[in-house]
Ligand binder design. Structure first.
Ligand SMILES: Cc1ncc(COP(=O)(O)O)c(C=O)c1O
Length: 362
């Protein structure tokens, strides 16, 4: 019997390509002729080693990484990176700059403060409820890194281009937009992304690390919080999240072989976002919450005339097989997350529904 699948606009964990889910299903009981499931085989087996190598190779190709970068897999989600970054790179006497663009940047800042690290919040968009991305920021020359959140999942804003930081490497939380567009990685010292939006399932955090950043790490860091451990052991110091990494492999294969790379992915993502924003802009009933030049291509946040209508909108959407449209509990409103795996057809179905809902309630 064919599974009932809906148009999924969840913010994360989020929609994954159907072909990936089908491939997992097909191979689940017997992985590559082993007679065992991928979740039953040793992480030291040659079969899993091949998964790991291929996943890394695909990520390297997609992001154009040269030998200066390592691809590693951590656990603890993006949230653990909030503390690992300052713990590893801010030894005594060192400081970093942070840009505050919403909930997730604020959490990253808080973790550095808990560790009593020397950081400065050099810019914030809190004055306008984080509806925009700050521009023309002055950074401290002695900062070891500049931390940003490339896409603000909750507020629906995204850096259209990255800040000019001179020689200072950027450390970016790209949890909700990695692999959605091409990237000049040379501007970055470290990129991290909880997998559960564009990369795979929850349980693994992808980290791209510029190798020279390793030189900053003091000796006193516990083994499992030390990037050197992951880097020197190819993320296999202990048992890695095998199933999550295997899924990442299949998502990367889909990106390379079905989509055709990140340039093509960006074209598709722009098309989807454009369709949704232009419909919202054409209506007096729906109101986009992010400022025009800061709008996210991944999370489209909007309001209806009042909260009762928003509640009804989300419920009726569910009744029409359109899921995940409720805004984050901290901000309310509505949000359509249109990550890589969300199709243009799903966006069209959403726009049709929104037009009908407006007709009936506007
Ligand atoms: C931009 C961003 N950073 C960090 C997180 C937290 O990720 P995790 O749940 O993997 O710790 C999220 C989760 O939605 C996010 O959107």
């Amino acid at each position: 019997m064919e599974a009932h699948r809906i148009n999924n606009f969840n913010p994360g964990p989020a929609a994954l390509p159907l072909a990936v889910l089908e491939e997992i299903q097909e191979n689940f009981l017997d992985f590559n002729g082993t007679g065992m499931s991928i979740i039953e085989i040793s992480h030291r087996s040659k079969e899993f080693e091949a998964v790991m190598m291929d996943t890394i190779a695909r990520i390297r190709r997609l992001l154009n990484l040269d030998d200066n970068f390592n691809v590693i897999f951590c656990q603890g989600g993006a949230s653990l990176q909030f503390c690992m970054v300052p713990m590893n790179f801010l030894a005594t006497g060192k400081s970093a700059d942070y840009v505050d663009t919403g909930t997730w940047s604020s959490k990253a800042i808080k973790e550095a403060q808990i560790l009593d690290k020397s950081i400065e919040v050099v810019s914030s968009s809190k004055d306008k409820n984080y509806a925009y991305i700050p521009q023309n920021i002055q950074f401290n020359n002695n900062a070891v890194y500049v931390h940003i959140t490339s896409n603000n999942t909750i507020k629906g804003t995204q850096w259209a281009s990255f800040p000019e930081t001179g020689a200072i490497p950027i450390v970016a939380d790209m949890s909700s937009d990695i692999m959605s567009r091409p990237l000049d990685v040379n501007r970055f010292g470290l990129i991290y992304a909880g997998a559960q939006k564009n990369v795979g399932p929850a349980g693994v955090c992808l980290v791209i690390l510029r190798k020279d950043m390793l030189e900053l790490i003091p000796e006193s860091i516990p083994t499992m919080l030390n990037y050197t451990t992951f880097s020197s052991k190819n993320s296999m110091f202990n048992t890695p999240p095998c199933f999550a990494i295997y899924t990442v492999q299949l998502v990367m294969k889909w990106l390379e072989e079905t989509i055709g790379g990140l340039e093509k992915m960006e074209v598709l993502n722009r098309k989807k976002a454009q369709r949704l924003y232009s419909f919202i802009d054409s209506s007096d009933f729906y109101q986009a919450t992010a400022e025009l030049d800061s709008r996210s291509l991944m999370n489209v946040t909007f309001r209806l005339p009042n909260e009762d209508l928003e509640k009804r909108f989300v419920q009726e959407a569910i009744n029409n097989d359109l899921g995940g449209l409720k805004g984050h509990r901290s901000v309310g409103g509505c949000r359509a997350s249109i990550y890589n795996a969300t199709t243009l057809q799903a966006v069209e179905a959403l726009v049709d529904f929104m037009a009908n809902f407006e007709k009936q309630n506007g």
